[in-house]
Design a protein. Structure first.
Length: 258
């Protein structure tokens, strides 16, 4: 009887061992994450815009949010007053760069306001400063100025201004103009339009830059370009912000549109 009992116990232990071994054999090993997997996860969390270039804005209209940023950046400037009139483009960095067209006027008697392209850097803490200014020698329009250059209520291109520029560019060679903002108009025997454009020479490797284009549209529907001005050309260097203000470098060359 004792022999049968011992034999039964041995068989039971053997069966339990076989069952346990089979269960362990079916269990899949835990896969440790590799360095490449971890790097891939980190990359997915970083937005593409963090290393982006300059991106044109959909509308040149100055928003109230950006106006507050600009006022903060220009608060300590001395010698020149800047008024933003058209938003151009932005660039995501460790914070954000803003490029804006401004009306610039030197704080001296009888100063004439001209156009300038201003770059504003806004950091991640909400601080802002002007980092670059490129002046032009083109006088700005004035709101409601009869007979002169009249500044529009909005910098957005009107259909009439678009049509005039398109018509004027039909016979243009050597460069391509893309309208960005309507700066001013003037009633004559027809209409003059002053338009901020992106200009790019039709040659390999040419850079894009901002230019002010004047277009004349006559009463018969014809149009022609009568003047173009590049930013930085012949602009007076002494009209830059004072050195004791927030550091703002005045460039001699027009900013390239990237």
């Amino acid at each position: 009887m004792k022999k049968f009992t011992v034999l039964f116990v041995c068989l039971a232990l053997l069966a339990a061992s076989v069952t346990l071994f089979a269960a362990c054999d079916k269990k899949k090993p835990v896969e440790e994450p590799t360095i490449s997997d971890a790097a891939e996860e980190i990359t997915e969390e970083i937005p593409d815009a963090i290393v982006g270039g300059w991106e044109n804005d959909k509308s040149p209209v100055i928003t109230e949010e950006f106006r507050q940023v600009f006022e903060k950046a220009a608060a300590n400037l001395d010698g020149v007053d800047y008024t933003p009139i058209a938003y151009l483009s932005s660039q995501v960095v460790a914070g954000k760069n803003h490029r804006v067209l401004c009306k610039a006027v030197t704080v001296v008697p009888d100063a004439v306001p001209t156009y300038a392209i201003v770059t504003v850097y806004e950091d991640l803490n909400g601080n802002a400063e002007i980092t670059d200014v490129v002046r032009s020698n083109v006088e700005t329009g004035q709101p409601g100025l009869a007979g002169g250059w009249n500044e529009p209520a909005s910098p957005e291109m009107t259909d009439a201004a678009k049509d005039a520029l398109t018509k004027a560019c039909e016979t243009l060679t050597g460069a391509e103009y893309t309208p960005v903002a309507l700066l001013a108009s003037q009633v004559v025997a027809g209409m003059n339009y002053r338009i901020l454009c992106e200009s790019k020479a039709t040659v390999p490797g040419a850079q894009t830059e901002y230019v002010i284009v004047t277009v004349y549209a006559d009463l018969q529907g014809n149009a022609e370009i009568t003047d173009t001005v590049t930013f930085g050309a012949d602009a007076q260097a002494e009209e830059a912000p004072a050195e004791d203000a927030v550091e703002a470098e005045t460039s001699e060359a027009a900013p390239e549109v990237e």
